[in-house]
Design a protein around this ligand. Sequence first.
Ligand code: SF4
Length: 233
Amino acid sequence: MSSHDTYDTTGPRDVASKTQEARMGDVDERFNSRLRELFGSTPFILTKFDAFLNWARSSSMFVLQFGIACCSIEMMGTYMPGHDLDRFGTGVPRASPRQADLLIVPGTIVSKFGPRMKRLYDQMPEPKFVVGMGSCTISGGPFQEGYNVVKGAEEIIPVDIHVPGCPPRPEALIYGIRKLQDRVQHGESAPVTVKPYELEQFGDVERDEVVRELANEIDEETLVMRYNWGDSP
Ligand code: SF4
């Protein structure tokens, strides 16, 4: 047997093309589609517009700068280099509700602050999301018995994610925000409609009406501290 019979004389290029054909099998017709003709060798992706928008929305959330009480210190820490919330696309809070997607509520909400919080929330464009941070935001926390403490942000605005703790650590806040991003990416959007938590006394009513409404709710038997509305600025 001559050496000519034992060795394959196919060139390297032929071998490569044969291997490729074997690997690909029948060429998928989609590779020769009209889109491919249009785009040529330029890479492109196909996706649903909704899916793309949800992905973009969840990956670049603008936060309203909104510190209330001690929980805010942990929130600030979450923005700092040690935890660097910005790496999840949710950093650099701005002091305007106009472009904000996300409101983090970090602290004790008192009845005087309630209407202000609602007004800022109302000024945020749809869709908008709220992360409640800490026991105070969930239920009034250690100050729950205080007559002027709102028993949870949910009484005033809708809350999408509650992060428990007093205060929650930055890792917990990051976890809560990541959970929210996950939900947004999968198509959840905040409700546009107003819900029953919309308490009338927190609307844009006259100050005297707010005082009267709240005064009616005070149980004098259990009252341990009386707030003098007349002295308030
Ligand atoms: S939950 Fe605790 S740390 Fe947060 S605002 Fe309330 S008292 Fe302060």
